[in-house]
Design a protein around this ligand. Structure first.
Ligand SMILES: [Ca+2]
Length: 264
């Protein structure tokens, strides 16, 4: 029993250690971070700033951020038909024209558009009239980001339902990349993003449903992050480590510890 306890403790410590070590420089430039790990009603905690407000999303769902549910990593479930969303209470977290990164884990129940609407919004300040309205979104198989209604770009890779995908957008010196599962795709996108007016929301647009704004997300969202710099591929890999390499690392360290223990 003591050996089992030792091994369990060692694994937990090693996973915690490797997790924190991998995060050391991924905190640089982090301006907002919603882990969405809440399991009790209350504020939607932003690790580095103003907390958000939940409007209907189901908390405490199995997550996909580092460690997963086994280590306290939970996610929020957004029901499109109930118009769930989280208000970040922030309206300037993404700069109008400067460098930034926006990343999240998503697992869609359905990415099919509603009626003629295209998509489910992952992170959005969309309103029907706002100049500079923007959204990171998924819909009809594609992942994308837009600024205003006439500049829409999507990536070719499908974002399939019922699976976790790590998605994001970066802008560096005006050049955009869309990211799906660690792979960037350069896209041509222009326009200034609105700041200082409407709050950004996780999981839905601004405005009441039924007024043509039905682009609410349908599924799980986890670990939403905003940076004031463009993340590199190496940075993004730290946010979405290959499960196999993560497991192998933990197992390797465990074997090493066992050998040391046998010798002593
Ligand atoms: Ca989480």
């Amino acid at each position: 029993m003591r050996k089992v306890l030792f091994v369990s403790s060692a694994v937990a410590l090693l996973v915690a250690f490797t997790g924190s070590a991998a995060q050391a420089d991924i905190l640089d430039g982090l301006v907002a971070h919603w882990k969405l790990d809440e399991t009790a009603a209350g504020p939607v905690v932003n690790e580095v700033g103003t907390n958000g407000t939940n409007n209907g999303a189901t908390i405490g769902q199995p997550g996909e951020d580092l460690g997963g549910a086994a280590l306290g990593g939970y996610a929020y479930l957004f029901d499109r038909s109930a118009s769930d969303y989280v208000d970040t209470n922030l309206n300037n977290v993404i700069p109008a024209t400067g460098d930034f990164s926006l990343f999240a884990w998503i697992n869609t129940t359905s990415h099919t558009g509603v009626g003629t609407d295209y998509a489910g919004y992952i992170f959005s300040n969309y309103t029907a009239t706002l100049n500079g309205r923007s959204a990171m979104q998924v819909g009809n198989g594609n992942f994308g980001f837009f600024i205003n209604s006439n500049v829409l770009s999507t990536t070719a890779p499908n974002v399939s339902d019922g699976e976790w995908h790590h998605v994001g957008v970066t802008r560096e010196s005006g050049a955009f990349n869309l990211w799906v599962d660690g792979t960037p795709t350069a896209v041509s996108l222009s326009g200034s993003i609105s700041t200082g007016t409407n709050n950004w929301r996780i999981g839905g647009p601004q405005g009441a449903p039924g007024s043509g704004q039905t682009r609410f997300f349908n599924g799980l969202i986890d670990d939403v992050r905003v940076y004031d710099r463009a993340l590199t591929a190496s940075d993004v890999a730290k946010l979405a480590p290959e499960p196999s390499s993560f497991l192998l690392l933990a197992l390797g360290l465990l074997v090493g510890l066992s050998r040391r223990r046998r010798r002593s």
